[in-house]
Design a protein around this ligand. Structure first.
Ligand SMILES: C[S@@+](CC[C@H](N)C(=O)[O-])C[C@H]1O[C@@H](n2cnc3c(N)ncnc32)[C@H](O)[C@@H]1O
Length: 242
């Protein structure tokens, strides 16, 4: 809501592309969206979102469907939404720009497109969250990791976790405190977050300029931006010109 910068969600239609756990769809529903549609290509994510919806009393204004944003037939069938939200998804589809284009096509005139996409970090640098660049290095790492048998993936995870603990100690931070606070901050355990980063494949990234130019050409105006110089997501709020 803070990122929407005063714009209301009440009574709006809301599409959550790559809904994952379904938490953001639940939030949109509770914040008063008139209709929420959650889609995800992953059956576990669809189940998780359906489970949240059930706990919420199966509200008729919230629908969960399996499907890919890269599926042209699905995209054609969805109609348009006043808010299209896709956080940390389009760079994991394997065809990011096609994903961005399809997501943008679902925004109604005057509607909002809220997306988060991994930043392109070109230089060799260490960042405050312990990660280091460039992005292209991680593209290679993730591709290799995703091909490893799960036992070897676990070994990579443990190596990364040990290095992280050493880094915390070297920078005089209490590792236990860091690990516990991580779950609170991210809503995801420290270990899963590390696995998610090491193995999050497909993986693409884009600079703010690339996303800005791509969507400007499609008639979108940038209304809000939260950018990073590291490997995290840049967040964008675009508005489709009426
Ligand atoms: C990093 S998670 C983000 C989940 C959620 N948006 C969040 O912020 O918690 C990425 C999600 O994108 C979904 N995804 C990947 N490719 C997709 C596609 N082509 N169409 C729809 N969802 C996709 C994954 O299944 C996963 O749930």
């Amino acid at each position: 809501m803070a990122f929407l910068d005063g714009r209301s969600i009440v009574g709006k239609t809301f599409l959550d592309i790559g809904c994952g756990s379904g938490l953001f769809s639940l939030a949109a529903h509770r914040l008063g969206a008139a209709r929420v549609l959650s889609i995800d290509v992953d059956p576990d994510s669809v189940r998780s979102s359906l489970c949240l919806r059930e706990r919420e009393g199966n509200p008729p204004g919230w629908e969960v469907r399996p499907g890919s944003i890269l599926d042209p037939e699905l995209v054609r069938s969805l109609g348009r939404f006043e808010i299209v939200y896709s956080w940390g998804v389009l760079h994991h589809t394997g065809r990011m720009w096609e994903g961005v284009e399809n997501a943008a096509s679902l925004v109604s005139a005057g509607g909002l497109l809220y997306i988060a996409i991994y930043n392109r970090a070109d230089g060799f640098a260490f960042y405050d969250d312990g990660r280091f660049g460039p992005s292209s290095l991680w593209a290679v790492e993730k591709r290799l990791y995703s091909r490893l048998p799960s036992l070897l993936q676990d070994a990579v995870d443990w190596t990364a976790m040990s290095l992280m603990v050493l880094l915390y100690l070297a920078t005089l931070q209490n590792p236990l405190k860091k690990i516990r606070s991580h779950a609170k901050l991210r809503g995801m355990s420290w270990r899963i977050d590390i696995k998610d980063w090491l193995g999050g494949w497909p993986y693409e990234y884009a600079s703010v300029e690339e996303v800005f130019r791509f969507l400007s050409r499609k008639g979108f105006v940038l209304r809000n931006l939260k950018s990073t110089n590291g490997l995290r997501n840049n967040e964008y709020l675009f508005e489709r010109t009426p």
